[in-house]
Design a protein around this ligand. Structure first.
Ligand code: ADP
Ligand code: MG
Length: 752
């Protein structure tokens, strides 16, 4: 029984503890439900405060504002259109620019409003999303609250049942043991349920914590959204004020434009009135003028008609005038032409006359002239009696010189004698008339004749410091050609050749050793030419120097001893001058042949042999042939033996006809050379002494003595009278020489 009592007490205690626990649980649940309610209220409050209603309201407000703005924009656009129309009406308005600026500003504002609108739409979307999320949270909260209520309900039901059971147990103590057991069983179950409930409670508390967290986040988001919305609102307000300002400005502008327009209209009107008045006045004046002008118009009409008539007649008049002018001009031209023709005819006649006079002058002087030049005594002449000068001159006659030979004085008369002191310049002065005649189309030959060392090369070539005839002649030709350049075109060309052992060589050619032939022109003119002979065109002294240099180099390379070689060959410089008279079309060709002959000394007699003898024979023969030709020409023989040597054959054209020849006989004054000097002077005198005149049979018979014969024919001591035979006939001495030569058989060329 005591045991039962104890058991009952323990059960009661346990029951009390359970009741306490239940009470604590109940109070806990009450607190949780209170908290939940608070949370629900808070949620409600929050909902009312933010999302749902406020955001929507705000969105609606924004939409309304947007709509208002749109309306306003439309109105502005309408106004703008109106303004544009007015602008079109008033193109000259000064406010156009400002209006354009305003339009631009308006566009910018529109763009900004557009952007704000887009931003607003974004915000609206965000608010919508947040509202959705809030609704979800609410739904979840509602669910958990309902679950909680159900659990509470179930637990209270159970408590009630337990209390009822305890009460019934109290009422039935006999059954206590069983009941205690049942209670024990029941209390275990209750304990388990309590545990579950506790865990459930904990879970719910966690949920609540999470929800709070979410709420907090949402609150923050809401705050930021509110901030953004506030910003946007401020921006929109700013845009609104800007729009208002622009609108105001636009209105002002429009007002100003309106005023301007009105003013302009008024001004135009007043001006128009004034102008109208003036026009009226003018009209009145014009009317009166018209009345006075009518007679003037009548006279003008009359004038006009007469002018018209004149204009109509003008082409005829003009034609007439032109015809007469043309006739006059034609006549004048004809006159000028005839004058020109007359002048040309006179000029040609004068030209012919000049040529004739020149020819006559030359004829009077003689086509063949012989000069003598005595070189000074040089170092080469040595010292002593042999180097003493054997030549003396006549103080009154520059054509005479005396030679002391073997104690006898022999006098010679030439066309001109140059003493040793005569300069190159002086010599050339006597020669230049011949040179210039070459420009007029004459052929000229200048020969330097004499023994080696007598000064032939000095006279022809000279030195670079003191040039001889060759260079001076070309210089003179250049200057003459230049002075005639106004009317004439001239071309000057040169060839340089040498004749050695009767072989003609081109010293300007590529193959100087090649022997050239002299041929008849194939055109049947009878002219001679040398195929392959090089001709260089020259225009300046530099050109000539180059040509001489070239010829000299060729001559040097062709021989071992130049001095010797040059004394054994004839050196020829052939200058050709071709001219064209531009006014008459007349063409001339003149040739100037400058020949430095081989030494005339008599080598053959000094016992020379071999090639030296051969050279001497060639020289002898060619010089004799030259003498023969000159003699034949001067005595006008029918036959001139040009073909007897290469030299005469080559110069045939330049020796015959109107050609002019100058023989420059060079002599050495030295006593030791007196014999050679004598020979040279005899040669000169004979060339010169042949009298010009009709061709005679006698003259035809006379031939030129060879070099040896010249020496044999020593003059008597009678002097000048002997040296110059009487005119008209060959001298008696010449005839006797001829006879002597014929009988002795010495006339034949020296056999080679
Ligand atoms: P060639 O040609 O007849 O053999 P050169 O002309 O060679 O003779 O003359 C021989 C020398 O005499 C040269 O040294 C030359 O300078 C000199 N000589 C010739 N004539 C004169 C002169 N008139 N005045 C000065 N020196 C002269
Ligand atoms: Mg010489």
């Amino acid at each position: 029984m005591a045991h039962l009592q104890e058991e009952k007490l323990r059960l009661q205690e346990e029951l009390l503890a359970l009741q306490e626990k239940l009470a604590a649980r109940e109070s806990e649940e009450i607190a949780a439900s209170v908290q939940l309610r608070g949370q629900a209220q808070e949620i409600g409050r929050l909902r009312s405060e933010m999302g749902g209603t406020d955001a929507e309201k705000h969105r609606d407000l924004l939409a309304a504002e947007n709509e208002r703005l749109r309306q306003e924009m439309k109105a502005r656009e309408g106004e703008l259109r109106e303004l544009r129309r007015q602008q079109a009406a008033c193109r000259d308005c000064t406010h156009l620019q400002e209006s354009a600026g305003l339009q631009e500003r308006l566009c910018q504002l529109q763009r900004e409003a557009e952007e704000a609108r887009a931003k607003l739409a974004e915000l609206e979307l965000e608010v919508q999303q947040k509202t959705n999320r809030l609704a979800e949270v609410e739904l979840r909260l509602k669910d958990s609250l309902a679950e909680r209520a159900q659990e509470e309900e179930r637990l209270s039901r159970r408590l009630r049942d337990s209390q009822e059971t305890i009460a019934s147990l109290r009422a039935q103590p006999q059954q206590i043991k069983y009941v205690i057991k049942t209670v024990e069983v029941e209390s275990a179950k209750a304990k388990q349920a309590l545990c579950e409930s506790q865990s459930r409670n904990q879970y719910l508390q966690e949920q609540v914590g999470m929800q709070r967290q979410v709420l907090k986040e949402m609150e923050q988001q809401l705050q930021s959204s509110q901030k953004t919305a506030a910003q946007l609102r401020a921006q929109i307000a700013m845009y609104e004020t800007e729009l208002e300002r622009a609108h105001g400005q636009m209105l002002e502008e429009m007002q100003a434009m309106e005023d301007e327009k009105n003013r302009a209209i008024e001004e135009a009107f007043s001006r128009a009135q004034v102008e109208m008045k003036a026009v009226h006045e003018n009209l009145a004046g014009v009317r009166t003028n018209l009345l006075t002008l009518q007679p003037a118009l009548r006279t003008l009409t009359h004038d006009y008609n007469s002018l018209k008539r004149q204009v109509r007649d003008f082409p005829l008049l003009l034609q007439e005038t032109l015809r007469s002018a043309r006739a006059e001009i034609g006549q004048a031209i004809e006159e000028v032409n005839s004058t020109n023709r007359e002048l040309l005819r006179k000029y040609r006649r004068e030209l012919q006359l000049r040529k004739k006079c020149h020819n006559e002058l030359v004829r009077l002087k003689g086509n063949i002239r012989v000069f003598g030049r005595v070189r000074p005594i040089t170092k080469e002449d040595g010292e002593g009696p042999e180097a003493v000068s054997a030549v003396t001159f006549d103080a009154d006659d520059d054509a005479v010189l005396h030679l002391l030979h073997k104690g006898k004085q022999v006098s010679f008369e030439l066309d001109k004698v140059f003493p040793p002191q005569a300069s190159q310049e002086e010599v050339f002065q006597e020669v230049q008339a011949l040179v210039t005649s070459c420009i007029d189309g004459y052929n000229v030959c200048i020969f330097a004749y004499g023994q080696t060392g007598a000064g032939k090369t000095y006279t022809m070539e000279g030195t670079s410091a003191n040039p001889g005839i060759n260079q001076r002649a070309l210089q003179l030709l250049f200057s003459e050609v230049r002075s005639k350049a106004a009317d004439w075109d001239y071309a000057i060309s040169v060839s340089v050749a040498e004749i050695y052992n009767e072989a003609l060589r081109d010293l300007l050619g590529k193959e100087p050793q090649e022997k050239l032939e002299i041929k008849l022109c194939p055109d049947g003119s009878g002219q001679l030419y040398v195929p392959g002979l090089t001709e260089f065109s020259v225009q300046s002294v530099e050109d000539i120097n180059k040509v001489f240099e070239f010829g000299h180099v060729n001559r040097v390379t062709e021989c071992t001893n130049l001095n010797e070689h040059s004394s054994r060959s004839h050196a020829l410089l052939i200058v050709t001058v071709r001219g064209l008279d531009r006014s008459t079309g007349l063409r001339t060709t003149g040739k100037l042949n400058l020949v430095d002959l081989a030494g005339s000394e008599r080598v053959g007699r000094s016992g020379a042999e071999g090639s030296r003898l051969r050279e001497a024979q060639y020289i002898n023969r060619s010089l004799s042939a030259l003498g023969d030709v000159i003699y034949a020409l001067r005595s006008r023989q029918g036959h001139v033996p040009f073909r007897n040597s290469k030299l005469t054959y080559l110069l045939q054209d330049s020796l015959s006809g109107d050609s002019k020849t100058l023989m420059m006989v060079q002599v050495s004054p030295a006593e030791k050379n007196s014999s050679e000097t004598l020979c040279s002077l005899k040669f000169a005198e004979r060339v010169r002494s042949v009298e010009l005149g009709p061709v005679s049979r006698k003259a035809e018979l006379v031939s030129w003595p060879s070099q040896e014969q010249l020496e044999g024919d020593l003059p008597g001591s009678s002097g000048r009278g002997h040296a110059s035979p009487s005119p008209g006939l060959p001298s008696g001495r010449s005839t006797s020489i001829r006879r002597k030569l014929q009988t002795s058989g010495k006339l034949r060329p020296v056999p080679v």
